[in-house]
Design a protein around this ligand. Structure first.
Ligand code: SF4
Length: 248
């Protein structure tokens, strides 16, 4: 691997595109290729950041298991991220865990659907991320790019901002994770656009509602269908009302 720690944005993007190209040529299965692309680009971004951390004396974030203030924020994902998570929960969540997840999705949407940001902030303690389980991320290895960008040099500042409801609070943080993971995410998004797949940014809860409400969202999306942005369509609630299993 070339040393990417000194690379500018163009060189870093080019590097991530090379990783994506290489991942794509490793298989003729387009679905598998997409999963491989996002995983390998994420891994490359993590490797770049580890290299940076090993070459400079930057402070260490105070983020740790059990601290979950940032997991009460609104999370946006691109379709491929939602599809990866959907495939993961279908494969690894037990029936009980899946049922709990669906309950959390419905509860979250009850509080947030159609509400303004101010209204949502007022109920943020009731609307943690649907994947937060006892203050830990239940999909940690599959968490979206946005969750990887967040870090904090002051747990106390996060707590103060959370309690006060100040969504504009300045939390001291390292800029490198935001910079590197955002570039990596943009490269993956660009690859999806090149493949004429649905792209965009969608709220994680709504995206999961849509995915789990369909029989086989991963196949539909990788087959070129519009899954997340279509108007109408089935939600988790619609599917369960009909007594279907929503792809379980
Ligand atoms: S996906 Fe995981 S890390 Fe991201 S907000 Fe949800 S619980 Fe937190």
């Amino acid at each position: 691997m070339q040393d990417q720690t000194q690379a500018g944005p163009d060189a870093l993007s080019t590097y991530f595109f090379q990783i994506a190209d290489a991942a794509q040529t490793q298989t003729s299965d387009p679905s598998y290729a997409l999963f491989s692309i996002i995983r390998q680009v994420m891994a490359a971004a993590t490797q770049v950041l580890d290299s940076v951390a090993g070459t400079c004396q930057s402070p260490v974030p105070e983020c740790a298991s059990g601290c979950s203030f940032c997991c009460h924020s609104r999370i946006h994902v691109m379709p491929l991220e939602a599809i990866v998570i959907c495939s993961y929960v279908h494969k690894y969540f037990s029936p009980g865990e899946m049922q709990s997840l669906k309950t959390r999705i419905r509860s979250n949407l009850t509080y947030t659907r159609g509400r303004s940001l101010v209204q949502r902030v007022a109920v943020k303690d009731k609307t943690p991320c649907v994947f937060l389980d006892h203050h830990a991320c239940s999909i940690y290895g599959q968490r979206p790019f946005i969750c990887r960008t967040w870090n904090s040099l002051s747990r106390q500042d996060c707590e103060t901002a959370f309690i006060s409801g100040n969504q504009n609070a300045e939390i001291p943080c390292l800029s490198a994770p935001n910079y590197v993971y955002t570039l990596a995410r943009d490269v993956v998004q660009s690859v999806c656009e090149t493949m004429h797949l649905e792209t965009g940014r969608f709220e994680l809860v709504s995206a999961m509602d849509r995915c789990l409400g369909m029989k086989d969202a991963p196949s539909a999306w990788t087959g070129g269908c519009t899954v997340f942005g279509r108007s109408g369509g089935e939600s988790l609630e619609d599917t369960e009302k009909k007594g279907e299993k929503g792809g379980m």
